[in-house]
Write a protein that binds this ligand. Structure first.
Ligand code: HEC
Length: 77
């Protein structure tokens, strides 16, 4: 293999590993949120505006839904 071919392989490998390190909702955050937060903030939890209409006592028993990228990101400042 000539030097140009090796250089190409090395830079292609570097690009691949840089992409692999990018943190994404589908890659890491979503599965982690589902595993760690899904029991109380999953698909069966009320959406934020419905959750806000629950009384103070009921609101302590269930969290607002944050099982999708937009609902989760609405809590990220
Ligand atoms: C055991 C149940 C439970 C788990 C697991 C849980 N939460 Fe909660 N969460 C709640 C409850 C209940 C509330 C509402 C508390 C209140 O208002 O008194 C809440 C509130 C919140 C709020 C504030 C919402 C608001 O607008 O006031 C955020 C943000 C939040 N949780 C994020 C998370 C994240 C992120 C995770 C996972 C790392 C998580 N929670 C895991 C039960 C849980």
């Amino acid at each position: 293999m000539n030097k140009v071919g090796i250089l190409f392989l090395v830079s292609a490998g570097a690009t691949t590993s840089a992409l692999a390190q990018e943190v994404t909702w589908r890659g890491e955050i979503g599965p982690m949120a589902s595993a760690k937060c899904g029991a109380c903030h999953g698909a069966s939890a009320p959406e934020y505006n419905d959750w806000m209409l629950l009384g103070d006592d009921k609101r302590k028993t269930v969290g607002p839904r944050m099982d999708t990228y937009p609902t989760f990101m609405s809590y990220v400042v």
